[in-house]
Design a protein around this ligand. Structure first.
Ligand SMILES: [Cu+2]
Length: 445
C-alpha cells in the first residue's frame, strides 16, 4: 500500500465532505425535504397494522427455542449460558451538526450492547420495558431460529424472557419489532438494534495473505500467515430519517431519503477530535482531516475518535448492515484480505463487499504501511452523510507511540471472544451520560 496514495485518497474523501459540512451544513438541510409519499397503499397498510394492534401470527413454537425451566439442566450438562439483559429506554441523543433526535434505545445506548457468544451457547434474553416508557417494545434476535412473534410485544411496566441455542456462527442483528410489528421501522431506525457475535465453536481460521516478492531474479508469490487471534472492531451501519425537530420521518424512510448515515450510531463518529489534532499539529483546530463534526471536548462521549491500528497485525472487522440501504463496504487504500460469513470464506483480496439489509460480513484486514485509511460505504450519498470511518495505521505522524499505545473507541471494540486480542479503550458512544459512566467503569476494571 502506497502511503502517498492513501493520504491523497483520504484527503479527497474528507475534503469534499469537509466542504459540504463546514460551509453548507445546517440542520434544515440535513433534514429530509417534504415530498409526496410514493405509495398510498403502502401508507394505508402500515396504518392498518397499527390500527389492529399489530400482526398476531399464530405459529407453533419454532426450532431452537428452549423452555426456560430446562436452561439450568442444559448448563449442568455442559452448555454455556450467555445472559442478556435489555432495558428499553426512550431518550434524547445528540446528532452530528447540533441538536438532538428522539432515540429509542436498549440500555441507553445506540446501538444496544454487543452480545458475544460461542456456537452452541444458550442465549437467554430478558427485555424489560419500564413504566416510564410510553410504548411497548419487543426483541428479535437473528442469532436464534425462532419466531419472535411468539415472544410478542412486552407491555409498559413488564418484562419477558426467552432462550435459544446459538447454532450458527456469525455477526447477527438483533432489533425491536415495535409493538407486534407496528412502528417496527421507527424503533429500529431510531436506535433499537444491536449485534450478537457468535464465534465458531472451533475458533476462527488463520489468515493467509498472498503478496509478491522477487527471489533469484523471479517474481514469486509469498503466503503470509497470521494466527486466528486478532484485534477486533464492530461497525454497524444504519440511517437516520428525521424531521427538523428530531422526530422520526417515515415519509423520508419510504423515499430512502437519508438524513444522516450512522456507523455505530454516529455520523462521522470515528474522525479525529481536538485532542488528537493537538497531538498531531500542536493546535486543536488544525490537522489533515477537515471533517470533524464531533470535535470538541465538551461533547464528552460523543466527540470523534479514529480507530488506531497497528502495522502487520491481524484485524477482524464484524460489519453489520442494520439499515434500510445497501452497504458497499470498502477501505480506501486497502484490500479486504478475506471476507467470511460465519466461518466460510466468501472472498479473498476483494476491493469492496456488498452487505444487504440485515446481513453481516466478517472482514479480515492487515495494514502494512503507516497512514490513514478510510472505511466507507462506497455509496457517495452514504459517505457524505456520515459513513466515513478513519483508521490511523502505525504512527504516520511520528508522534512516538507504539503498537497498542493508543486507545480505541469503546463502542467499536466488542467484548472478548476466544480468538480476540484485548485493546485499550476510551469511552465513546451514542449514549446517555449514565450509560457512559457505566461503560467507563467497565473498561477501567
Ligand atoms: Cu421498541
Amino acid at each position: 500500500m502506497n502511503r502517498r496514495y492513501s493520504m491523497m485518497s483520504i484527503a479527497a474523501v474528507v475534503a469534499v465532505a469537509g466542504l459540504l459540512f463546514a460551509s453548507t451544513y445546517s440542520q434544515t438541510q440535513m433534514t429530509a425535504s417534504s415530498q409526496s409519499v410514493p405509495s398510498v397503499s403502502t401508507q394505508v397498510s402500515t396504518k392498518a397494522v397499527d390500527d389492529m394492534g399489530g400482526i398476531q401470527l399464530q405459529m407453533p413454537s419454532a426450532f431452537a427455542q428452549i423452555p426456560l425451566d430446562q436452561v439450568d439442566t442444559m448448563v449442568a450438562q455442559g452448555r454455556h449460558l450467555v445472559d442478556v439483559q435489555l432495558v428499553a429506554q426512550s431518550t434524547s441523543l445528540p446528532i452530528m451538526g447540533g441538536g438532538t433526535y428522539y432515540a429509542l434505545t436498549f440500555n441507553g445506548q445506540v446501538p444496544g450492547p454487543i452480545v458475544r457468544a460461542t456456537q452452541g451457547d444458550i442465549v437467554r434474553v430478558t427485555l424489560t420495558v419500564p413504566s416510564t416508557e410510553s410504548t411497548g417494545h419487543s426483541i428479535d434476535m437473528h442469532a436464534g431460529q425462532l419466531s419472535a412473534t411468539n415472544f410478542g410485544a412486552v407491555k409498559v411496566g413488564h418484562n419477558s424472557t426467552y432462550a435459544y441455542i446459538a447454532e450458527v456462527p456469525g455477526a447477527f442483528k438483533y432489533h425491536c419489532e415495535g409493538v407486534n410489528l407496528g412502528a417496527m421501522d421507527q424503533h429500529v431506525l431510531s436506535g433499537m438494534y444491536g449485534v450478537t457475535i457468535v464465534d465458531p465453536l472451533n475458533g476462527y481460521n488463520p489468515l493467509i495473505v498472498d503478496h509478491t516478492d522477487v527471489q533469484n531474479g523471479k517474481v514469486v508469490i509469498v503466503h503470509q500467515r497470521y494466527e486466528a487471534a486478532a484485534k477486533e472492531f464492530v461497525l454497524q451501519y444504519n440511517q437516520l430519517y428525521l424531521n427538523a425537530d428530531g422526530s422520526y420521518n417515515q415519509q423520508a424512510m419510504f423515499l430512502h431519503n437519508t438524513t444522516q448515515t450512522v456507523v455505530n450510531g454516529m455520523a462521522f463518529g470515528y474522525t479525529p477530535n481536538a485532542d488528537i489534532n493537538k497531538l498531531i499539529k500542536g493546535d486543536p483546530t488544525k490537522n489533515v482531516f477537515p471533517v470533524q463534526p464531533w470535535n470538541a471536548d465538551s461533547l464528552k462521549q460523543y466527540q470523534g475518535h479514529p480507530l488506531f491500528v497497528d502495522l502487520g497485525t491481524h484485524y477482524r472487522l464484524f460489519v453489520v448492515n442494520q439499515g434500510n440501504m445497501p452497504v458497499f463496504f470498502h477501505i480506501v487504500g486497502s484490500m479486504l484480505a478475506r471476507v467470511t460469513q460465519g466461518n466460510h470464506v466468501e472472498a479473498q483480496g476483494s476491493q469492496t463487499w456488498l452487505i444487504g439489509g440485515s446481513q453481516d460480513a466478517i472482514v479480515d484486514v492487515v495494514f502494512n504501511s503507516p497512514g490513514a485509511y478510510v472505511a466507507v460505504n462506497h455509496d457517495y450519498a452514504a459517505i457524505f452523510t456520515g459513513a466515513a470511518t478513519v483508521f490511523v495505521a502505525g504512527d504516520p505522524f511520528n508522534l512516538g507511540y507504539g503498537p497498542g499505545d493508543m486507545p480505541n473507541p469503546s463502542d467499536a471494540v466488542p467484548p472478548l471472544g476466544m480468538n480476540s486480542i484485548a485493546q485499550k479503550q476510551v469511552v465513546h458512544c451514542e449514549c446517555t451520560d449514565a450509560r457512559a459512566a457505566e461503560i467507563a467503569t467497565s473498561i477501567s476494571g
